[in-house]
Design a protein around this ligand. Sequence first.
Ligand SMILES: [Fe+2]
Ligand SMILES: [Fe+2]
Length: 358
Amino acid sequence: MVKSVETTNPNYTKPGIKAPVQETLLTPRFYTTDFEAVANLDISANETELEAIVAELRADYNRHHFVRDEEFQQSWEHVDGEKRRAFIDFLERSCTSEFSGFLLFKELSRRLKAKNPLLADAFNYMARDEARHAGFLNKSMADFNLSLDLSYLTKHRTYTFFPPEWVIYTVYLSEKIGYWRYILIHRHIQANPEYQFYPLFRKFESWCQDENRHGDFFKALLRSQPKLWNNWKARLWVRFFLLTVFVTHTITVFERASFYEAIGIHPRKYNNTVIQETNNTSARAFPVILNTNHPEFFWRLEQCFINTQRLTEIKESNRPGIIKFWEKISPTWAIISHMLRLYLIKPINTESTRATVS
Ligand SMILES: [Fe+2]
Ligand SMILES: [Fe+2]
C-alpha cells in the first residue's frame, strides 16, 4: 500500500504569488554548463539525423496547441481540500521543471549562435516549446488563484553546474521520462473521462510529442559523441544516471500519491510503468539499460522512498539535534545500500541488439 504524504498549504510572497517550495535534492533543479565545450562539440558523425530533427522542431507542429479554450473559462473553487493542494503542487513542480529547461536551452542557444548554428537553432526551438509549457502551467496555477514568480525564480534559485556529458545524459532522460509521464496520464484520462477534473490533461497528447522530439534531439546528439557510449566509463555513468532518475521518480510519485489517486491512477503501477517504458526507450540511446525485471528492482526503489520518509519524520521532529543526527544514520545508510545493490544488478547490453531496437 502506498502511503500518501499530505501536501502542505502553499506559502505566498505576495497575494496570489506563490513562494517557491523549499529547495531539496528532489525539487526540479536549474542547470548551467560549460557553454564553450558544447559549442565546440564535433557533431559531424551524426549531422544528418540532427538536421532532420531540427527540421521537425522548426516545423513547430504545436504552435496552435497551447490555447486556453472556453473549457478553462470557469471557476475551479469546487476543486478543494487535498485534491486541490496536491494538484497545485503538481502544477508547480511541472512548471518549475519546464521553466528550468527553458532557461538552459535559451542560454545554450544564445551562447552557441556564432560557433554552432545547427545546435543553436535546436536549443532555440526547444526553449520556445518549454516557455509555452511553463507559461501554460503557470496560467493553470492562476486558475487556482496562484502563480509562480518566474523572474524571482530565475534570480534566486541556485544553479547546479553539470559538464556537457552529464547534461546530455540527464536532459535526454528527463525529456523521455517527461514524455511517458504525460502520455500515460493522457491515456488513462481518455479511457476514464470521469477523472478529468481540469482540462489540462486533455492537452498532454500533443504536449508530450514536444518532449519526445526534445528527447530525440538529445539522443542524436549523444550518438554523435562516441565517447558517451562506446566505453566502460560511459556504461558506468549511464547506469548511474538511469538509477538516480528512477529513484527520484519513485520518491516523488509516492510522496505525491494523493495527486495520482485523485485522478484515479494507482501510484505504484504508474511509477513502475513510467520507469519500465523510459528504461526500454533509452535502449535507443544508451549502451546499457537497467534490468527492471529483476525481482528486487522495484522493491529496492520503494525501500529508498520509505527511508526518505523516515528522514523527513526525523527532520521534522522536535528532538535535539544530536539525537536527530544519530537517528538519521540508519535510514541514510539504508538508502545508500539499496542504491548500491540496485547499481550492481547486471545491466542489459543494448549495443549488441542495436540493429533491432533503433
Ligand atoms: Fe516541456
Ligand atoms: Fe522538453
